[in-house]
Design a protein around this ligand. Structure first.
Ligand code: MG
Length: 248
């Protein structure tokens, strides 16, 4: 297969970022259609594969080139459901779900979520306290892991070398796409690591407080517009041709 030539790339979260405002989503997609270049799409979501595919269909989203699901633990080629086997092998080597689940079960206030995921344990919380207890316990037991809290409500325990940031870094490196004109977009805590990678990034206007708390950095644009409108605004800022001084 001829390698896909990638000059412009949008790596975006779905719920609350690309999806959430139908009008601005439509305007963004039309805007991309009118540009002289193709925009390669990477979707990175906390949803599991089937749930992500349903959302893509329901919302009429363009098929992505890469679909990252389960908070950056699974990577698929487009919507084919074909997993990236090299990624899967490298994260499985550091995944100890039984030990992690036993530690979580001993913390009061972590309510297990029933999600069909292979490299992820998910819980709901009503306060921060169980998270602190869990962090302490996992550190004591020295079980490799990554803990992600999102929207002040969702807790995910993942293999240590995963998460949306690690997954995106892996995709860009393994495909040789690092030097494309990239925009990373997100709205909540599990997007933090991919926004912090150092590529041009946008925190959309409707983002959760946990993202707004990120330090100001030149590569991070804070949009006023919500959802896809914020992506549009940031794209214009970094790569737009209509504004003097920011064209590329
Ligand atoms: Mg989101």
């Amino acid at each position: 297969m001829k390698p896909h030539s990638v000059t412009h790339l949008l790596a975006t979260d779905l719920d609350g970022t690309l999806v959430g405002d139908a009008d601005s989503l439509r305007r963004l997609l039309h805007y991309y259609e009118d540009e002289p270049y193709d925009v390669t799409l990477i979707y990175s979501t906390g949803r599991h594969l089937q749930s992500a595919l349903s959302l893509i269909e329901e919302e009429g989203l363009p098929a992505p080139h890469i679909l990252i699901t389960d908070v950056g633990t699974e990577i698929y080629e487009g919507i084919s459901g074909q997993p990236d086997r090299q990624w899967r092998a490298q994260i499985t080597a550091q995944w100890f779900p039984e030990r992690l689940a036993a530690a979580a079960a001993s913390c009061k206030g972590l309510i297990p979520q029933d999600i069909p995921s292979r490299h992820r344990l998910s819980y709901t919380i009503q306060s921060e306290e169980p998270v602190r207890e869990l962090e302490k316990k996992l550190a004591e037991l020295q079980i490799p892991h990554k803990l992600i809290v999102s929207s002040g409500r969702d807790v995910d325990i993942l293999p240590p070398n995963t998460g949306k940031g690690e997954a995106l870094r892996y995709v860009l490196q393994s495909r040789g796409w690092q030097s494309a004109n990239i925009l990373v977009a997100g709205d909540s805590g599990n997007d933090h690591e991919m926004i912090a990678l150092g590529y041009p990034a946008v925190i959309v206007g409707n983002a959760q407080q946990e993202l707004y708390a990120m330090a100001e950095q030149p590569h991070i644009f804070r949009a006023v517009q919500y959802c896809a409108g914020g992506i549009h605004e940031a794209w214009e800022y970094f790569y737009g041709t209509s504004k003097a001084g920011v064209s590329k």
